[in-house]
Design a protein around this ligand. Structure first.
Ligand code: ZN
Ligand code: ZN
Ligand code: FE
Length: 758
């Protein structure tokens, strides 16, 4: 007889791990015990060698679907005698390194019960078990036990209590366990908060059919729902929400329904039906009944499936897809409390579905796509956070990295765990700042994190930069595109030097100009700017993001010697008001408020404007997205020149844009121009990387930055780099947009801080 002590860490609490250990122990004749510890799960096991071998193998191979075992430590224990195998109470302690599961979509077993008229939870909208349901959004503190959650106020009935204490039950220690007798309740209210009697879900379905907008309290906040097939209703929602251009997400009842609207590949189906249940960007099918108002000018539709019992019930009542978008007015954080929702959403929604289980942290829906055969995250929140990304550690200090500004996240790095926050949003309003601080406090408390260093973007005007200046911690400023590249490295658990291609909309450069078309020889210690896109002036600076004709004027001013001439040519293509034209000319001539930029994102915007797609954008990157949507691949491309006489090298795009203008003049259609432009930009990345690789001997290329959200460009670049014998890396666990910047900042700051200490 041998005796072992086994410690397992990772996501091993709140996912049915102890009942699983209990079951396999009994299967293999093991005696002893299992308990939760602050660091994970501890097992005492006794048996003969064969039994223990099979037990350990089962522990690793058969773990419950939502468990993530990071490490199993096995040591010989002092002999003990046990007549059976038992689950024993949790042990306390100070080391809180246990990982908390994200909220997970309703599992198949719970769904079966939800729809089974004979089950005691038939149509109960809060059904859950150890394999599914809320986690992160209901936790006040660790350890993850019911008194520390927003379920504390509901006392379990005898039936629920019995399940909760039965190790053989799927709801053994399921902290949010509840039923219609004892648990939370759902009701429908009008926009003034007055309750309407009846079955909330059935009533809501009827109202949605009539074209009403309904605010729904979900897992991590409110959502706004309406009929996605009605252009009139969707337009009304956009107007009230003050959200004009940006695409809206659509919830479909099932994978087969989703594939009526969009193409769904195997990988995309896997993403749609995973417990993370993100919004997945899918290529729309011709003749889809979803209104054109939902994803204006785009060929991809953001589709997701029901992920709470309430969604399942609702989608079964209506026979059309629902727009399901975050419950906020544009640019504010998602509403989460009943009172808050009535105040903030009462003017948007005709009715509200409310419930009495409090949401403790705001938690948006996540967005992902499949690219090059695997997941490519776009926005990381529900289902992902707060589970940390594991990185290679340097053993530096704990770092808090504040991220950038748009699509922001923060990152707390401790050892090999990078706790990346859920998507916070655009840091442009005081409300977003509150959301940021609220989320930061939650993550620090739950994981006992105490940052010793703060990392921030070099941009002097970012709200996150101001935050860093006010923190009583040593500060490390990190260049934006360097952070992108190192974020991509850490995402792939790679170290060493790479050729980093950081292409995005805007980032503050070390020389004070606006960067965004960068080739940086990088590692986590530092970088060298080896090449960049040709710089053009941005008349009106950041105004160019929305007023694309201004950026187009900036580009044209570089093609023609004279600004008046450039304006004349621009006027042939788009309407420019007389006064604005004059001010553009003077800004460019006098170099006033016209900083230089090497931004790749802005060049996609300009190509879209010259091709006649749009000269004003309602959101950052809209024109570029539409350019991708219309692109026809022909294999043809424009000229560009890699100017190696300069230091750093410059990809000269002037000839490219001259040829675009020629195409426009002879009436080539926008789709062809878009296709040629994408091909050219992809080739310019590949050619530049090839040259840089032969110069430096480095074959690894890390692609990062918001421009690589462009699927067509990214796939062509990957293809070209591989054909050239280079080894490209793309993001796989954090977004390639600015949501991935905080991870890179944290890694760079940890590396610098530990060197300073030595
Ligand atoms: Zn379940
Ligand atoms: Zn109950
Ligand atoms: Fe960026």
């Amino acid at each position: 007889m041998r005796h072992l002590k086994i410690e397992a860490s990772g996501i091993v609490q709140g996912v049915g791990f102890r009942p699983f250990v209990y079951r396999i122990a009994n299967e293999h004749g093991i005696k002893g015990s299992v308990s939760n510890t602050p660091g994970g799960v501890r097992i005492h096991a006794s048996g003969d060698g064969d039994q223990l071998y099979l037990f350990l193998r089962a522990l690793k191979d058969e773990a419950p679907p939502q468990a993530v075992i990071e490490e199993v430590q096995v040591e010989t224990a002092a002999p003990f005698s046990a007549a059976s195998f038992e689950i024993i109470p949790s042990t306390g302690g100070e080391d809180r390194s246990v990982l908390i599961s994200p909220d997970l979509a309703t599992c198949g077993d719970c769904l079966d019960e939800l729809l089974d008229a004979g089950d005691r939870r038939y149509r109960y909208p809060f059904i859950n078990c150890t394999n599914c349901g809320p986690r992160f959004t209901i936790i006040r503190d660790t350890p993850y036990d019911r008194p520390n959650t927003s379920m504390a106020k509901f006392t379990m009935c005898p039936d629920c209590e019995k399940e909760y204490h039965d190790p053989a039950d799927r709801r053994f220690h399921a902290q949010p366990n509840a039923c219609p007798v004892c648990g939370p309740r759902l009701w429908l209210a009008d926009s003034k908060g007055r309750e309407i009697e009846g079955d909330a879900v059935r009533l809501a379905a009827g109202l949605l059919r009539e074209g009403k907008i309904i605010a729904i309290k979900g897992l991590g906040g409110f959502q706004l729902a309406c009929d996605a097939t009605s252009s009139e209703t969707v337009a009304r929602l956009r107007l009230k929400k003050n959200r004009y251009g940006k695409p809206l997400a659509v919830m479909a009842g099932s994978v087969s329904e989703a594939s009526e609207y969009c193409m769904v590949t195997e990988e995309e189906e896997r993403l749609l039906s995973s417990p993370k249940s993100p919004i997945v960007l899918l290529a729309e099918k011709e003749g889809s009944p979803i209104s054109r108002e939902v994803a204006i000018g785009l060929k991809h539709q953001g589709i997701f499936l029901p992920y709470t019992p309430m969604h399942h019930l609702l989608l079964r009542e209506v026979d059309f897809p629902l727009v399901m978008t975050s419950g906020n007015i544009s640019s504010e954080p998602i509403a989460k409390d009943n009172e808050e929702a009535l105040e903030r959403l009462g003017g948007i929604a005709d009715y509200l579905i409310l419930h009495d289980r409090d949401i403790l942290v705001r938690y948006d829906d996540s967005v992902a796509r499949a690219l090059d055969g695997a997941e490519y995250p776009v926005r990381r929140a529900r289902g992902y956070a707060p589970y940390p990304i594991r990185v290679k550690t340097t053993g530096g200090p704990q770092v808090l990295a504040l991220g950038a500004e748009l699509k922001n996240t923060f990152c707390l790095l401790r050892g090999e765990h990078a706790f990346i926050s859920q998507h916070i949003g655009d840091m442009e309003s005081p409300a977003e700042l509150d959301h940021f601080e609220e989320a930061l406090e939650a993550v620090k408390r739950l994981f006992s994190l105490e940052p010793e260093v703060v990392a921030y973007d070099l941009h002097p005007d970012y709200m996150t930069t101001h935050m860093a200046m006010e923190m009583p911690l040593p500060r490390i400023g990190v260049q934006h595109h360097h952070a992108h590249v190192v974020g991509c490295m850490a995402d792939n658990r790679e170290e060493g030097k790479v050729i980093g291609v950081a292409w995005d909309g805007t980032g503050y450069g070390e020389d004070g100009t606006v960067w965004g078309g960068e080739f940086l020889l990088s590692d986590k210690r530092g970088f060298e700017r080896l090449a960049h896109l040709y710089q053009c002036p941005m008349p009106g600076a950041d105004a160019c993001i929305y007023r694309i004709h201004r950026m187009a004027m900036g580009v044209l001013s570089k093609l023609f010697d004279d600004e008046e001439e450039a304006l004349l040519r621009l006027r042939e293509l788009m309407e420019i008001k007389k006064k604005e034209g004059a001010s553009l000319v003077s800004q460019l001539r006098n170099k006033v408020n016209a900083p230089l930029t090497s931004s790749a994102g802005r060049m996609f915007d300009v190509a879209a404007a010259l091709a006649g797609l749009r000269s004003e954008a309602q959101y950052d990157g809209q024109a570029a997205c539409e350019l991708e949507a219309v692109a026809v691949e022909t294999g043809h491309y424009y000229s560009f020149m890699l100017d190696r006489s300069r230091e750093p090298w410059v990809i000269d795009t002037r000839q490219l844009f001259r040829e675009v203008l020629e195409d426009v003049q002879i009436g080539v259609d926008a789709g062809m121009i878009a296709g040629k432009f994408h091909e050219t930009m992809a080739r310019s990345v590949v050619e530049t990387c090839k040259e840089l690789s032969s110069e430096t001997g480095i074959e690894r290329v890390a692609l990062s930055g918001g421009v690589f959200q462009n699927e067509l460009l990214t796939l062509r670049v990957l293809e070209g780099l591989r054909a050239a014998g280079l080894a490209p890396l793309i993001h796989r666990r954090v977004p390639t947009n600015d949501g991935g910047v905080s991870l890179g900042q944290a890694i760079i700051a940890a590396s610098r801080a530990s060197r300073q200490r030595d």
